[in-house]
Design a protein around this ligand. Structure first.
Ligand code: ZN
Ligand code: ZN
Length: 346
């Protein structure tokens, strides 16, 4: 066991504070990672505040981890000391069920193990990336290609894969009109990736406040959803809409923006249920879908894609002492576009 410094929420809704945690000794297939950067995802805040239900405390959040391998177990074949690696939302799964075999470990039928706020197969709670080091089985570690800076790569481990996976699955590419709802941590990655895939990209944001940014990130068009004319003008326009917002939306109004056979995929996770008149799905054979991160192999594919297209996250690097302030700013959507903790400051 190694004692490492970390930032933890001692209880639900309590501010995060500096503490120490134990990391297990490196086992046969484990790698020890010196964490360099950890992104702050909105879901860290939902969980630290128990917005998604009962959680495990103390909680060390963080599932956007970028670092360097500093030790490997004797059975490790994929990584060596000095490799640049990342860890996303999962650190284990059963590896035998139908979904694990298909590379969809996030839907392990026997329960995947979250990077934090979860209990590992060894019965111990998992602690996330707001810490100096982490020990992870090599099969749940991905390689960060040379072309990507570690700080800009960290948010790809959640925000990147969360948007890449549905864009790929639903065919974003040349000749397709794709809209991204919300230009935040997820949304800005959705815009960059959809653009790199060759789609015509529209941002649907509450206001035009971030329009210049959106166009710079690769959007072709930018509309304010607070303007009712937007919904008239864009009716029947899109092959695919990806919603990244975690506030309740008028889903029916957005379904009206889809072409026949279009799909609206939700990756944001509002805490409250939403109401929907199903006639808005029936007319036009529309699909309302969800998507949750991606499997390990797809996460590697996303990193390779981002490196090939020069795509990192737009970030504000902060010191660990600024985490609580950053949380308040994320809740107010006051970040362009992802906070990343420099873990050397923990
Ligand atoms: Zn996340
Ligand atoms: Zn499984």
């Amino acid at each position: 066991m190694t004692t490492v410094a970390a930032y933890a929420a001692p209880a639900a809704k309590a501010p995060l504070e500096r503490t120490t945690i134990e990391r297990r000794a490196v086992r046969e297939h484990d790698v020890l990672i010196d964490i360099k950067f950890a992104g702050i995802c909105h879901s860290d805040i939902h969980q630290a505040q128990e917005g998604w239900g009962e959680a495990i405390f103390p909680m060390v959040p963080g599932h956007e981890i970028a670092g360097v391998v500093s030790e490997v177990g004797p059975g490790v074949t994929k990584y060596k000391v000095g490799d640049r690696v990342g860890v996303g939302c999962l650190v284990d799964s059963c590896r035998k069920c139908e979904n694990c075999e298909a590379g969809r470990e996030q839907f392990c039928l026997n329960g995947s193990v979250g990077t934090y706020n979860a209990i590992g197969k060894d019965g111990e709670p998992t602690y996330g990336g707001y810490s100096e080091k982490v020990v992870v089985d090599e099969n749940f570690v991905v390689r960060i290609p040379e072309g990507l800076a570690l700080d800009e790569a960290a948010p790809l481990l959640c925000a990147g894969i969360t948007t890449y996976s549905p864009l790929k699955r639903w065919g974003a590419g040349p000749g397709k009109k794709v809209a991204v709802i919300g230009l935040g941590g997820l949304g800005h990655m959705g815009v960059k990736i959809a653009h790199a895939l060759g789609a015509e990209v529209t941002v649907l944001s509450q206001s035009l406040r971030k329009k210049d940014d959106g166009l710079k990130l690769g959007a072709d068009h930018y509309y304010a959803t607070s303007d009712p004319k937007t919904f008239e003008e864009l009716a029947g326009s899109f092959d695919l809409i990806v919603s990244t917002v975690s506030a309740p939306l008028d889903i029916g109004a957005y379904l009206g923006l889809l072409k026949t056979d279009g799909a609206l995929v939700n990756v944001g996770a509002p805490e409250e249920p939403v109401a929907l008149n199903l006639f808005s799905l029936i007319g036009g054979n529309k699909t309302l879908a969800g998507s949750m991160i991606g499997g390990i192999a797809e996460t590697q594919e996303m990193l390779d894609f981002c490196a090939a297209h020069g795509i990192g996250s737009e970030i504000e690097v902060i010191a660990a002492s600024e985490i609580n302030e950053a949380y308040e700013r994320v809740v107010k959507s006051d970040v362009r576009y992802r906070f990343v903790i420099d873990t050397a400051t923990i």
